[in-house]
Write a protein that binds this ligand. Structure first.
Ligand code: EPU
Length: 426
């Protein structure tokens, strides 16, 4: 297993290009199941997760042409050969579950493994299933699998979600494009990735309005066509590098940044005393901190447009170094503080009380070996390592490879010193 060796203390100066968004790409790829015409996705991030989903789509019969390292991915679902998504493929990556509705819409039936819990929480899929049932799918859970059929086809439905779920909103939206009649999704999630998916589906001939608001209307159509769509830039990757620059100090410009989608984070960075120059038209975000101390700021994660849970761990790393005490509340997932004890190994002063972490800033972090159990937690340790004194070793970095494209290359180009080594090199 690979590790990252990070020599801390260097300021970051330079420019970092933002990649395509993982959490958008994963849903856009699934859209290929809804049409027998080819779909081309550009600005695709080369990540373990997107490659993994490509394999599942191949298992289902989709022809995938995506040369290694290429940012253009061609998907052709002209002839599906299976409607079964096996346990191993869904368990390892939850977004795989989103093939269920599209497979029912296309083939009339599907068998998809339940994803199970994961490192950050129980993460049930009840809202996904409720929406599919409302559209007329007959669902049975047997031996860990959802067996679904819609013998008479899917019908538009009125779905009022008990809470805004990104995955359930996207899953219902994908499925409803081919249902007969109108579907209305209320209390829908408003994350920018949902809008990106709607833009792509509409370019395939779907009739979706309201994506990005809490009420989405989908007028079902008989057939969708192929399309070419550029994956939106990754707001979480951009936010992560913004915080890395703020923690290490320096002057970094993020290029191709989804500025409008990052309002909550930009506000918190400014409150913390970081200079942020945001230029929406140029899609750049310049982060500057030269010498000044960080101020502690409290934050509570919220559905979009609030502060994203996917940036909570990174913000905690930053607040570990701020003057004063900040309270960080996690309201989306029940177990998303796994990074706190690891940050403490680097000298951070963090006390977790239920859904709240009390972070008392310290003047300096010091290097240590650390590891984390999920993607965002792992990258928070990289941020802390960049600011810490000495050489931090981050173990189990396969988590990072699930969601950050060329992480070391991008940070090293700005003056960081990060080296990837395999276990046997130590
Ligand atoms: N929930 C339910 N029932 C459901 C669905 C969700 O109770 O049927 C709960 C979840 O357990 C959670 C909350 O609702 O407590 C919000 O979950 P949501 O469905 O919004 O999240 P998701 O679709 O599973 C996506 C991202 C996550 C991101 C969340 C929140 C993808 C592939 N994943 O997950 O990203 O944290 O939205 O913004 O889009 C990551 O990239 O590291 C990551 C975890």
């Amino acid at each position: 297993m690979d590790k990252l060796h990070i020599k801390g203390g260097a300021h970051l100066n330079g420019r970092i290009p933002v990649s395509g968004a993982k959490n958008s790409a994963l849903k856009l790829m699934v859209a290929c199941l809804l049409t027998d015409e080819p779909i081309t996705l550009t600005n695709m991030p080369n990540l373990a997760d997107t490659r993994f989903l490509a394999q599942l789509l191949e298992t289902l019969g989709v022809e995938v042409y995506w040369p290694k390292g290429d940012s253009t991915c061609h998907l052709n679902g002209a002839e599906l050969k299976s409607t079964i998504a096996p346990y191993d493929q869904v368990r390892k990556m939850r977004a795989s579950f989103n093939v269920l509705g599209p497979l029912i819409a296309r083939s009339g039936h599907a068998t998809v493994s339940l994803p199970g819990g994961c490192a950050i929480g129980a993460r049930p899929v009840d809202l996904h299933l409720q929406a599919l049932e409302a559209m007329g799918a007959d669902l049975r859970v047997e031996q860990g699998y959802v067996k679904a059929a819609a013998i008479h086809g899917l019908k538009g439905a009125h779905v009022n979600f008990a809470m805004p779920s990104v995955g359930a909103t996207e899953h219902a939206m994908l499925t409803a494009t081919l249902a007969q009649g109108e579907t209305v999704l209320e209390n829908a999630a408003r994350e920018p990735e949902i809008e990106d998916l709607a833009v792509c589906l509409n370019s395939m001939g779907a009739k979706i309005t309201g994506a990005g608001t809490s009420k989405i209307r989908i007028e079902g159509v008989e057939k969708l066509s192929g399309t070419t769509h550029s994956v939106m830039p990754d707001r979480i990757e951009a936010g992560t590098y913004a915080m890395a620059a703020a923690a290490a100090g320096g002057d970094v410009t993020l290029e191709g940044a989804p500025v409008a989608a990052l309002g909550a984070m930009i506000g918190k960075l400014r409150e913390a005393g970081v200079t942020v120059e945001a230029d929406e038209a140029a899609a750049t975000l310049r982060i500057i901190r030269n010498g000044s101390r960080l101020k502690s700021v409290s934050v509570s994660t919220q559905p979009h447009p609030g502060f994203p849970t996917d940036l909570q761990a990174q913000f905690m790393a930053l607040m570990s170094l701020a003057d004063g005490t900040s309270i960080i509340r996690e309201t989306i997932f029940e177990n998303r503080f796994m990074h706190a004890p690891e940050l403490s190994r680097l000298g951070a002063d963090i006390t977790v009380r239920g859904q709240e972490a009390v972070v008392k800033g310290v003047p300096q972090l010091t290097a240590a070996p650390v590891m984390a159990t999920d993607l965002r937690a792992s990258v928070s340790l990289v941020i802390a390592g960049l600011a810490a004194e000495g050489e931090t070793v981050v173990n189990r970095i396969y988590h990072l490879d699930r969601g950050f494209e060329r992480l070391e290359a991008k940070l090293n180009a700005c003056g960081a010193s990060i080296e990837r080594r395999s276990e046997d090199e130590d």
